[in-house]
Design a protein. Structure first.
Length: 266
C-alpha cells in the first residue's frame, strides 16, 4: 500500500508513525506532502517517509491520501491536489468542519471517508468516529477502518451529521476530563497537599474509576451508590455538585459544543 499524508503537523505524524509501527506501509511508500522549505527539512530529519511537494508525480501512485491540513488552508491547496487524484484513490479527511460535499466539490472526487479522531490517538488510545461517501465500496471502508484502528477504537456512522456530535462528545471530550482532573488537583492543594501528592491521588483515582466503568458489571448509578453512604463524605460533595448544577452544566456545555460544530461545518 502507498499512502500520502497532506498536512504533516501533529495529527498527520501520529498516523504516519502508527502505520509504520504496525508495518502497514514502508517508509519508501509513505509520502509526506509539505511546501514550506524549512518544514520539509525538519520532516526529512525525522526519517519517517519521503518528503514531497503536492505536485510530485509519486503522489498520483498512492492508494490512500490523508487530508490533515488545517481546514482554512484546504481551499488554497485543493487546486494543486485535484490533478493528482486517481479514481481508485481513497481520500481520508480528518479536517474538522469540512463536509464531504465540500471536499467533493473542491476535488471532483467522491471516494471520500471523513473521520473525527481525538487527541489520545497520540498514545494509541484514541476514539475516532467516521463516515463514508455512499459511493465508497465497502471493502475500502473496511481498509480505512483498519488504518484508523491502529490509533485506538473506531465507530462507523451512517449519518455524516452525527460527526458534529462526535466532535462535541469525544473530539472535545479529553478537555472535559482534563478540566475535572485539574479541578480535583486544585482541591487537593487547597486541603494542604503538595502538587505531586494531589496529582498522584487524582490520576490514579481516575484510572481506577475508568477500569471499574470499562470492565465492571455495575451501571454508573450503581457505581456511584457503592461509593456513597447516607450522611457521608461523598453525599456531602454531591449536595454541592447538585446545588451548583455541575452535571447539568456539563451536559449543556457538550450540547453547545455540538451546536458550534454544526455552525463551523456550514
Amino acid at each position: 500500500m502507498k499512502i500520502t499524508i497532506v498536512g504533516c503537523g501533529n495529527m498527520g505524524l501520529v498516523y504516519a508513525r502508527s502505520f509504520l509501527r504496525y508495518n502497514i506501509v514502508t517508509k519508501e511508500d509513505l509520502l509526506l506532502v509539505e511546501k514550506n522549505v524549512s518544514r520539509k527539512e525538519e520532516l526529512r530529519l525525522l526519517q519517517i517517509g519521503e518528503v514531497v511537494v503536492p505536485t510530485d508525480p509519486m503522489v498520483t501512485e498512492s492508494d490512500l491520501m490523508i487530508l490533515a491540513v488545517k481546514p482554512q488552508d484546504f481551499p488554497a491547496l485543493a487546486p494543486q491536489l485535484q490533478p493528482m487524484l486517481r479514481p481508485g484513490m481513497t481520500l481520508l479527511s480528518i479536517m474538522a468542519g469540512i463536509r464531504m460535499s465540500s471536499i467533493e466539490e473542491y476535488l471532483s472526487h467522491r471516494n471520500i471517508v471523513r473521520a473525527m479522531p481525538n487527541s489520545p490517538v497520540e498514545v494509541g488510545m484514541g476514539m475516532t468516529g467516521f463516515c463514508a461517501h455512499p459511493e465508497v465500496p465497502a471493502d475500502r471502508v473496511r481498509k480505512v477502518e483498519n488504518l484508523l484502528a491502529t490509533t485506538g477504537r473506531t465507530v462507523f456512522l451512517d449519518d455524516e451529521n452525527m460527526l458534529d456530535a462526535v466532535t462535541a462528545l469525544s473530539g472535545s471530550g479529553p478537555a472535559y476530563f482534563f478540566y475535572i482532573v485539574k479541578s480535583m488537583i486544585e482541591a487537593g492543594k487547597k486541603m494542604g497537599m503538595d502538587d505531586v501528592t494531589a496529582s498522584t491521588l487524582v490520576k490514579q483515582t481516575m484510572l481506577g474509576a475508568f477500569q471499574l466503568v470499562n470492565n465492571g458489571s455495575k451501571s454508573l448509578d450503581e457505581l456511584i451508590r457503592t461509593v456513597s453512604s447516607k450522611g457521608g463524605t461523598t453525599e456531602a460533595a454531591f449536595q454541592v455538585f447538585n446545588a451548583k448544577g455541575v452535571g447539568e452544566g456539563l451536559t449543556e456545555g457538550i450540547l453547545r459544543a455540538e451546536q458550534r460544530a454544526r455552525e463551523l461545518s456550514k
